[in-house]
Design a protein around this ligand. Structure first.
Ligand SMILES: [Zn+2]
Length: 237
């Protein structure tokens, strides 16, 4: 039955495209053949992160000082009113999970080719937040990374034990305090010792959440913890 339904679905696709032409999720312009969900102009409008940028250098310095994060990669900058903000908002609050997978694919493509990791770990949500939202947006980014790296996703290795308040309006110091002791190991601790992990978040703002989560993995014996995020907030010099 399912085969018949999907056969009919495939046969009806051209008619459906004619009646309801596929539009770019971001700008609503009509997509051309071969374009999926977001048009190339919208993707092209994103400001991609380079390791030579001031923000990247400042954060790298901060992470090196903290001692828990051994390196990080982000795909693009967060810009108010920009395409990234729209897609990231849809991913986080509107259940548009394919945005996460697509960001994960793009993020995986900017990771160093010689990067070897033992597990991809999404920054966990507190169970209360997870129940409200129904999904962890970072886990969908992990899925996109997994498609390229084929490394296992470990969504239950870390647990968020503190239901932190939304950090959007907090200062850097307040964020640090807010996130303290927020994570613990919930999976098999022997799976952490001497292993290397890629911690994944949707956006890095000050990096305090990731530093806290990475420190917990390091305390449990992780050899290296790298970090990857879809978005990166510009830092003031
Ligand atoms: Zn577009």
């Amino acid at each position: 039955m399912g085969d018949v339904v999907s056969w009919v679905g495939r046969r009806l696709q051209p008619l459906r495209d004619f009646l309801f032409p596929p539009l770019c999720f971001s700008c609503n312009e009509r997509l051309r053949d071969g374009e999926v969900r977001v048009c190339p102009l919208c993707w092209g409008s994103l400001s991609l992160v380079s390791e030579n940028d001031d923000t990247h250098k400042i954060l790298s310095g901060r992470f090196a000082l903290g001692g828990a994060i051994d390196g990080f990669w982000s795909y693009c900058y967060f810009e108010h009113g920009g395409v990234f903000q729209k897609l990231a908002h849809a991913l986080k609050y509107e259940g548009v999970t394919w945005c996460g997978v697509e960001f994960g694919r793009r993020l995986a493509a900017v990771l160093p080719h010689d990067l070897t990791i033992d597990g991809i770990v999404p920054v966990p949500l507190h169970t209360v937040r997870l129940r409200e939202r129904g999904y962890n947006q970072s886990e969908h980014i992990c899925r996109g990374i997994h498609e390229l790296l084929h490394t296992a996703i470990m969504p239950s290795l870390l647990r968020r034990v503190k239901n932190t308040v939304t950090q959007t309006h907090l200062t850097a110091d307040q964020r640090k305090h807010n996130i303290e002791a927020a994570f613990t190991i919930s999976g098999d601790a022997s799976a952490i010792r001497d292993r290397t992990f890629l911690l994944v978040d949707d956006i890095i703002t000050t990096g305090s959440t990731l530093q806290e989560a990475a420190a917990v993995l390091k305390q449990a014996g992780a050899a290296h913890v790298y970090v990857a995020s879809a978005g990166l907030a510009q830092l003031e010099k």
